[in-house]
Design a protein around this ligand. Sequence first.
Ligand code: SF4
Length: 163
Amino acid sequence: MFNITGTLINYYIHCKTQCWLHANRINLEDNSEEVRIGKALHEISEDRVSEVAFENIKLDKITKDYVVEVKKSDSDLESAKLQLLYYLYILKQKGIEKKGRLEVFEKNRQNKKRFEVVLDEESEGKLQEILADIKELISLPKPPEPKYESKCRKCAYFEYCFI
Ligand code: SF4
C-alpha cells in the first residue's frame, strides 16, 4: 500500500485525478513558476530551521508548541490546513501533541498571514474519513477522468490530461 503523504492529501483536495496519478507513481516534473516561487519562499522564510523529515512526511518547522507549514499563497487553504492536520495526526500517533500553524506569504512576499490549526475530535474524525477515501481512490485500477478547470493550466499534469 502506498504511504499517504502530505502532498497526496493536498492533491486529493485539489484534484482526485492528480491524487491518483501521483500515488501511482506517474510523476511529472513541475517547473511552473508557481512551484519555483514556492521553493524560493521555503528558502527565504526567515526564521526557518531545517526541514524535519520522518517516515513519509516532511515538516517545514517544528517548535515547542507548533508544527509550522509555509505556503506561498492562500489559494488552497483548505488543502494546506488538511495537510497540516495530517502531520499533527501522525505526530499524535507517536505521542507528540502539538498545534499547527500555517504561514502564508502575501503577494508582495513582505507580509505573511498566520492560521492556527488544531487537531480536535471533530477535525480528526474528518481527517480519518478523508484518509479512508484516499486509500479507496488510489487503489482504483485507473485514475478518475480529468475534468478541465482553470487550475489545470498550472498543473504539472496538464499535458498528460489534455494534450
Ligand atoms: S490537469 Fe487538471 S484534471 Fe489533470 S491532474 Fe491537473 S488539475 Fe487534475
